[in-house]
Write a protein that binds this ligand. Structure first.
Ligand SMILES: Cc1cc2nc3c(=O)[nH]c(=O)nc-3n(C[C@H](O)[C@H](O)[C@H](O)COP(=O)(O)OP(=O)(O)OC[C@H]3O[C@@H](n4cnc5c(N)ncnc54)[C@H](O)[C@@H]3O)c2cc1C
Length: 205
């Protein structure tokens, strides 16, 4: 009689770090919006955030369609709850660095190394994570104070590196929350469509 012995191999640990389909660097407006959609698409999604979304400086936000008035803090809190409800994991942790190794992205934080197939950089005023990939930056001409965006960014969120996307103001947008939210969702739909190999859309009934 043959005795089969199965060894459970934890690939995540073997490779050194937890694996995700999508990692999102920055859990502000665009990053959490992207996470809501990739989470709903059943892609294993991890968001890192340092709690400094620009919108949290606003006590009364009056120009978010569909919501009469809300504080920036509350808006971000609702975004986060929605993303988590659809399966995204959100960690209050600063990303130290990110790089691509073969087909994978490697993200380093104080707690370890995290791996993913798709990476979204949505860290807004912190453009260093993008420049680490050799992506050229320029000052965003649409806002009064100098912060960087991806050079020649047209808002599509696509970059010259396969499976690396940019969301939010870094993608070359005017500084309005609803535009960042829509663009984050648009990036997520592109990722989901590619990952699932069929057009992704979210239509509730
Ligand atoms: C003072 C002020 C008032 C504004 N008022 C309005 C308004 O009334 N109406 C309106 O529509 N828009 C307003 N905006 C603009 C709006 O806030 C932005 O358009 C929107 O927040 C941009 O979204 P984003 O996702 O690009 O970046 P953000 O929402 O800023 O998110 C970026 C996130 O990345 C995180 N992050 C950065 N580096 C790291 C790292 N290394 N590791 C992990 N996380 C990181 C930050 O903590 C932050 O949460 C205002 C902006 C400012 C500054």
């Amino acid at each position: 009689m043959k005795v089969l012995i199965y060894f459970h191999v934890d690939q995540h640990r073997m490779k050194g770090g937890m694996s995700y389909d999508v990692i999102i660097l920055g859990g502000g407006i665009s990053g959490l919006s992207a996470a809501l959609y990739t989470g709903q698409a059943q892609l294993k999604t991890l968001v890192f955030d340092t709690g400094a979304s620009q919108i949290t400086r606003v006590s009364k936000l009056n120009n978010y369609p569909g919501i009469e008035v809300i504080s920036g803090e509350e808006l971000i809190s609702v975004y986060r709850k929605q993303a988590e409800a659809y399966g995204a994991e959100v960690r209050d942790e600063e990303v130290a660095s990110a790089k691509k190794e073969g087909e994978e992205f490697l993200v380093e934080t104080a707690s370890g190394t995290y791996r993913s197939k798709y990476l979204v950089v949505s860290s807004n005023a912190n453009s260093s994570l993008l420049s680490d990939f050799g992506i050229e930056l320029e000052v965003n001409p649409r806002i009064p104070r100098p912060i960087n965006q991806m050079k020649d960014g047209d808002g599509s969120g696509e970059t010259s590196i396969e499976n690396l996307y940019v969301a939010g103001l870094l993608a070359g947008l005017p500084s309005q929350a609803v535009i960042a939210a829509g663009q984050g969702a648009s990036v997520a739909v592109k990722i989901a469509t590619k990952a699932l190999e069929k057009p992704y859309m979210w239509h509730d009934v």
